[in-house]
Ligand binder design. Structure first.
Ligand SMILES: [Mg+2]
Length: 384
C-alpha cells in the first residue's frame, strides 16, 4: 500500500499577483485580461468566487456579476518561476515528484514516515513551510492513490489538508457529488445526471457492466475510481511537448543563403519561446517543402538539451544543408523543437561561463519581449 500526496496551490495566479502587488490582498481579483473583451477568467480569488465567479467563465459574465473586482492580465512568466520553485522545493524532499499542471503536484510519501513522521502531521508542516518560503497557500489530499488524493485536495480549500486512510476511500467518496470526479465535466455530467446518478456513491453502487455499456472503457475506469481505486504509480516522465514554427513563402525561393535567413528568424522565434517557458530541447528538426509539394524532414538529437539560439540555428542549418539537395524552389520551411525538459539553472552553479551566458540570454529575452524578435540578434546574424 502506498501513500500518495496530491498538492494544489490555492488560487495560484492570484496568490502570485498578491506577492507582486500586496495591495490586491483581500480584494476580488480576476486574472484574465480586459473585462469587456472576449477572454475567459484564468483564475480568480476566493473573494471573487463569492460573487459566483469561477475560472473558465467568459470574463464579460464575470464583470456583470462582479463589477467592482480588480481585473488584471496577469504575469505568466512569474507563474512559471513560482511553479518551478515549488517543484524544486518538493524534489528536495521526495524522490518521486510528478508535476500534473503549473500548480499541481503528486509525490510519493511511501516509506517517508521514518523521516518525516505521519503523513497528516507532516502535511501541515509542509504547508507552513511553503507559505513561509514562497508566500503561497496550498491544499493537500493524502490517500493510497492519485485519484482519491486529488479529490481529497479539493475537499477542503484553501489551506486544507484532507487525509483519507487506507480502507476508507469508498466511505469518503460516497456522499460527494459526481462532478467532484476529475473528468466528469460538461459532457459527462448531464449523461450521468439523466440516469439518476447524483453522488459518487451512486456510481460506486451501480453495476460496472452497466457503466461499461453506457460509457465504454471509461465506464469501468469511472466505476473503479468511484470505489476508491486508482493509479498509485507516479509518472515522472517529462511532459511531451514541442515548439515549432514554420513559414510559407509568398513566392518559392531558390538559393541556400536566402532560405537560411528565414531559418535564422524561425530559430530565433522558437528559441525565444523555449526560454520564455523555461524549456530546453533535445531534438531539433526541420521541415522542407519544395514547390512541387514534396516534403521532407530531418531531425537531430543533441547530446545535451539546449535553449541556446546559436546551437539551435547551427543545427537547423546543418540539417537544412543535408536536406536541400534539389535545385527546385522551396515553398515552406519549418523548425520543430522536441523532447523538451524544464531547464534547470542549478546544474550550472559552478560553471561561471555558463551562468554568464545564461544571464546574457536572459537579457536578450527581455529586450526581445519589449521590442520584438528583430530587436537584437546574437552573433550569428552577420553570418554568411
Ligand atoms: Mg490550483
Amino acid at each position: 500500500m502506498k501513500t500518495i500526496f496530491h498538492l494544489d496551490m490555492d488560487a495560484f495566479f492570484v496568490s502570485v499577483e498578491r506577492i507582486l502587488d500586496p495591495s490586491l490582498e483581500g480584494k476580488p481579483v480576476i486574472v484574465g485580461g480586459d473585462p469587456h473583451g472576449r477572454g475567459v477568467v484564468a483564475a480568480c480569488s476566493y473573494e471573487a468566487r463569492k460573487y459566483g465567479l469561477h475560472s473558465g467563465m467568459p470574463i464579460r459574465n464575470a464583470f456583470r456579476l462582479c463589477p467592482n473586482g480588480v481585473y488584471i492580465h496577469g504575469h505568466h512568466k512569474e507563474y512559471g518561476r513560482f511553479s518551478k520553485a515549488m517543484k524544486y522545493l518538493l524534489e528536495e524532499k521526495f524522490p518521486i515528484v510528478q508535476q500534473a499542471s503549473v500548480d499541481e503536484f503528486y509525490f510519493d510519501f511511501t516509506g517517508c514516515e521514518s523521516i518525516y513522521g505521519p503523513p497528516e502531521i507532516f502535511a501541515k508542516q509542509l504547508q507552513d513551510e511553503i507559505l513561509q518560503k514562497l508566500s503561497l497557500p496550498c491544499s493537500m489530499g493524502i490517500s493510497s492513490n492519485k485519484s482519491v488524493s486529488k479529490i481529497a485536495t479539493d475537499f477542503k480549500k484553501p489551506m486544507g489538508i484532507t487525509y483519507v486512510p487506507y480502507g476508507k476511500e469508498k466511505e469518503f467518496l460516497e456522499p460527494l457529488a459526481i462532478e467532484k470526479i476529475p473528468g466528469v465535466g460538461k459532457k459527462l455530467f448531464p449523461v450521468l445526471q439523466a440516469r439518476g446518478f447524483r453522488t459518487i456513491g451512486d456510481i460506486a453502487n451501480a453495476s460496472p457492466g452497466y457503466l461499461a455499456v453506457l460509457l465504454g472503457k471509461y465506464g469501468t475506469d469511472l466505476w473503479n475510481r468511484a470505489n476508491g481505486m486508482g493509479n498509485d504509480v507516479l509518472s515522472v516522465e517529462q511532459e511531451r511537448k514541442s515548439i515549432s514554427s514554420e513559414t510559407t513563402f509568398n513566392e518559392d525561393i531558390v538559393g541556400k543563403a536566402e532560405i537560411e535567413k528565414y531559418i535564422f528568424h524561425l530559430t530565433s522565434k522558437v528559441a525565444q519561446q523555449l526560454r520564455n517557458e523555461n524549456w530546453q530541447a533535445s531534438t531539433i528538426s526541420i521541415k522542407l517543402r519544395y514547390s512541387d509539394f514534396s516534403t521532407l524532414t530531418r531531425a537531430k538529437t543533441l547530446l545535451h538539451s539546449t535553449d541556446d539560439d546559436k546551437t539551435i540555428y547551427d543545427t537547423s542549418v546543418q540539417l537544412f544543408r543535408q536536406a536541400y539537395t534539389r535545385r527546385v524552389g522551396v515553398r515552406l520551411i519549418g523548425i520543430h523543437l522536441g523532447k523538451l525538459n524544464h531547464s534547470c539553472e542549478q546544474e550550472f552553479l559552478f560553471e561561471d561561463e555558463e551562468i554568464i551566458r545564461k544571464r546574457m540570454l536572459g537579457a536578450v529575452t527581455k529586450i526581445r519581449d519589449k521590442f520584438g524578435a528583430n530587436a537584437i540578434h546574437i552573433g550569428v546574424s552577420e553570418k554568411d
